[in-house]
Write a protein that binds this ligand. Sequence first.
Ligand code: CA
Length: 511
Amino acid sequence: MDARDNVAIVANDGGLPAGTVLPSGLVLVDKVPQGHKVALADLAAGDAVRRYNVVIGRAARPIPAGSWVHERLLEMPAARSLEGLPIATVKPPEPPPLEGHTFEGYRNADGSVGTRNILAITTTVQCVAGVLDFAVRRIKAELLPQYPHVDDVVGLEHTYGCGVAIDAVGAEIPQRTLRNISRNPNFGGEVMVVSLGCEKLQPERLLPPGTFPIVDEREPELDVVCLQDEAHVGFMSMIDSIMESAKAHLERLNRRHRETVPASALVVGVQCGGSDAFSGVTANPAVGFCTDLLVRAGATVMFSEVTEVRDGIAQLTARAATPGVARDMIAEMAWYDAYLDKGRVDRSANTTPGNKKGGLSNIVEKAMGSIVKSGTAPITGVLSPGQRLADRGIARGLVYAATPASDFICGTLQLAAGMNLHVFTTGRGTPYGLAAVPVIKVATRSDLARRWHDLMDVNAGRIADGGASIEDVGWELFRLMLDVASGRRKTWAEHWKLHNQLVLFNPAPVT
Ligand code: CA
C-alpha cells in the first residue's frame, strides 16, 4: 500500500502455499491465506509493523521475511492521544468543479431532494409495531396499487418510546434520531404518526410544532392515530383508522413527479461492514475516489463509524477545513472514548472474528482501510449522533457524521442526518439493506462478487485482479449512483426487498 511498508497482503484467491516465489524473489515461509499479511523483511521482536505507512503494531517475536504475519504476532499500539493533534494543517489545492451531472429526483418544500417517493409512518413506541405491521401489509396490498407514483410504504418501527429514562443525559440522541428520520428527504415532508397513547414519548414531544413546514392550513399539523383512543372498538377499527389516514398522504405523494436536478442534491452516506483486508485496497479507495467526484459536483458525503476512524484522527484533524471542524471532531472522539470506557473497553472491541479471518489483525489496520472512503477533500462539517445536516447549517461537502460502527445503527443515524443514497462496502459479504433509502453494495473481492452475484451491485475486486483501476470503479460507482438515485436502476437489496430494521443508538439508561 505504501513503498515504506514492511508487510504486504496476498491478493490471490485461496491464498498462496509455502515455497511460493514472489516476483521480488521473496519466498513464502508459511502458507498465507488470501488477504493476510506477509513480512517483506526480517522483523525483530518489538519492531514496528507498517502498512499504509502507519504502525499497525509491533512484532511480538522475531518474524523472518516471507512469514505469515497473523494477528497473534502483532501487539497493538495504544490509541493516539487527543492532545496535540495537527489542526487544519493540510490545504489541498481546490480541484476543478465537476459540472453537468444530473439525476431525476423529487424536490421537497424544504429544499432537499428525494431519490424515492415513500410514505413513512412514524411510531412513538415499540408497542404499536405489530399493529402497524399488519396495517402496512394491507396498505401495500389494497391501497398502494391505486397510487402508481408512490414507491413504497414504510413503518418506522423501533424499540424506543417507553420504559426509558426519557430525560436522562444521552436520551436526546434516540429522540432526535427518530424525529429527524421522519424528515428524511425520501418521505416528501409527509408525516403520519401511530401512537399507543400512554407512552413516555408522546407525539408532541417527538415532533414538536414547527418540525414540518405547513403544507395545507386546513390540515392538523400532526396527523396521529392513537390506538388507545376511545373511538377504537376492536382491532379492525385501529387498522381502518391507519388506512384512512394513509390515504390522504398517499394522495399528496402520488401527485409528485421526478424532475432533473443537479448531482449536488445527492446526500450520500458511506459505510463498510463485514470488512476484510481488501476493503482498504479495492472498495474503499474506489469509494474514496467517488467521494472526491461527489464533493467536486457540490454534493454532500458523510462518513462515520467512530471506532474505525479513531486511529486515524491525526489525518482527519489535519484535513479539517477549519480549526472549529477539527475541534468538533476531537470532541466526538473524546465523547466516544468515554462511552467505551464506561464499559471498560476501548476501540479495539470493534474487530470481529470475520475481520480477522479476512486478514485484518486489529482496529488500527481496519481503521486505515476504513478511513480511505473519505477520499481527499477537506472535511467541512461534523454531526453528533442523530443530528441532521441542517441542524448544523451544513449544505454540502465532506462531513464527518459521528456514529457507532454497527452497520444498522450507523445506517439509522445517517438516515436521520438526511441521506438520500447509501453506499456500503463489504469483504466478507452482508445482505444489508434499508427500507427508506437505496443501498449500493460494493464487494471488495471478485470471489465474493462472483458468489453473491445477485446481492452485490459493484465488484471492486477487479482492482486487485488488475481488471480495473481505482478510478474506473470510482467512476462506475458515480454513474451507478445517478442511475439509482433517478430510479432508473434498482439495487439488488431493493430488487429482493431486503432491509434491516432501524436500530437506535441509545446511550442512556432504560427503566
Ligand atoms: Ca459498519
